[in-house]
Design a protein around this ligand. Structure first.
Ligand code: NAP
Length: 319
């Protein structure tokens, strides 16, 4: 038997249940992965709640994962059993096993030095950050603002902008301001008076911004004089492209190669991705509640028990 997390009616996190299924059989061109870590994202509970359409039948949850190739089907030459892999399979990654039907589009080898937890939490947040920063193209010496810079997406986006030579101001709760400063991001507390603090902190103006906030946040940035064509919004819904003329480049705008590129940047130490907390597979509801309520810096990941790794696999992950 193999277990996965599923739900069959929209609602709160208590709809999630762990169900037993039969072991997956690998067909031609397919790869079976024993999942080791699965990252959680806010979009998961937006889908679960019904905010993005009603569920029909039984549905899975989660997109990000990392794991070990268990078996490959006829004709697969890019992967072999024992390979350490990561990727994304929307609406079903929180499971002990995954059957990847198009491994050439969904799987990458984990680069040496990138741990299973970080690799398993990278797909949505990482691809979104790369696509969004590409859209606003920070230049050397520019001032860039990143809202929610302690979150899964923002912490990557802010560091990418720093690496491009920008002066980056990032917002977070008080608890996470020190972490941002340690990463070369100028921290600023969100909440009442943010616009005044930004005006005081960047009297010469803000050239570009990456926003994880709603429409009000976009309007605040425009009022501060950030040009619409230099704002990327991932949190306000697609309508802001028409109503406010900003970019809405997010996960769907990422390129196939972005995830592997970012994985290497993290493994080589150019980008730091904190894993806020790791939960066990059985703790899936608690893990989502923690992500919803505790404002952790970085990613929240479920670790899924599987057969132990070999010494060579452990050595690869540890760099
Ligand atoms: N369009 C896309 O393709 C796409 C892809 C991924 C995510 N998203 C969306 O982007 C948003 C962020 O995702 P994520 O994965 O980074 O979430 P996350 O890990 O939960 O991070 C949320 C961030 O928002 C900050 N925050 C919390 N309350 C805030 C407030 N009142 N004002 C300003 N900032 C506040 C948090 O700071 P503290 O933790 O320090 O409190 C944290 O930095 C979510 O709405 C998500 O659905 C969109």
């Amino acid at each position: 038997m193999t277990r996965s997390v599923r739900y069959s009616s929209n609602g709160d996190l208590d709809r999630l249940e762990i169900v037993d299924g039969t072991l997956l059989e690998v067909g031609p061109g397919q790869v079976k992965v024993d999942v080791r870590a699965a990252g959680l994202n806010p979009v998961d509970w937006k889908i679960l709640s019904g905010g993005m359409g009603e569920v029909s039948g039984s549905a899975g949850i989660g997109a990000d994962f990392s794991g070990v190739v268990a078996e490959v089907g006829e004709g697969v030459s890019d992967f072999k059993p024992g390979d350490l892999v990561f990727g994304g399979l929307p609406h079903r990654s929180i499971a002990e096993q995954l059957l990847i039907e198009d491994p050439e589009n969904r799987l990458d080898l984990i680069p040496r030095g990138l741990g299973l937890d970080a690799a398993g939490g990278l797909y949505i947040a990482g691809r979104t950050a790369v696509a969004g920063i590409r859209a606003i193209a920070p230049q050397d010496g520019e001032t860039v603002y990143v809202s929610g810079a302690s979150g899964g997406v923002g912490i990557i986006a802010a560091q990418l902008a720093v690496n491009l030579g920008a002066r980056v101001i990032g917002s977070a709760s008080d608890a996470n301001l020190g972490l941002l400063a340690s990463l070369g991001i100028e921290p600023i507390a969100y909440g009442d008076g943010l616009a005044e603090r930004l005006r005081a902190g960047a009297p010469e103006g803000i050239h570009a911004a990456f926003s994880t906030q709603g429409t009000e946040g976009i309007e605040e940035l425009l009022a501060l004089g950030v040009p619409a064509e230099r704002i990327d919004s991932i949190g306000a819904g697609p309508q802001v492209a028409d109503t406010h003329g900003v970019h809405i480049d997010g996960e769907a705008h990422a390129r196939r190669e972005d995830l592997a590129w970012l994985g290497k940047a993290i493994a080589y130490g150019h980008v730091h991705l904190p894993v806020a907390r790791v939960f066990a597979f059985d703790e899936v509801q608690e893990a989502y509640r923690f992500l919803q309520t505790q404002h952790p810096a970085g990613k929240v990941v479920l670790r899924i028990a599987a057969t132990p790794l070999s010494a060579a696999q452990r050595g690869h992950l540890n760099g």
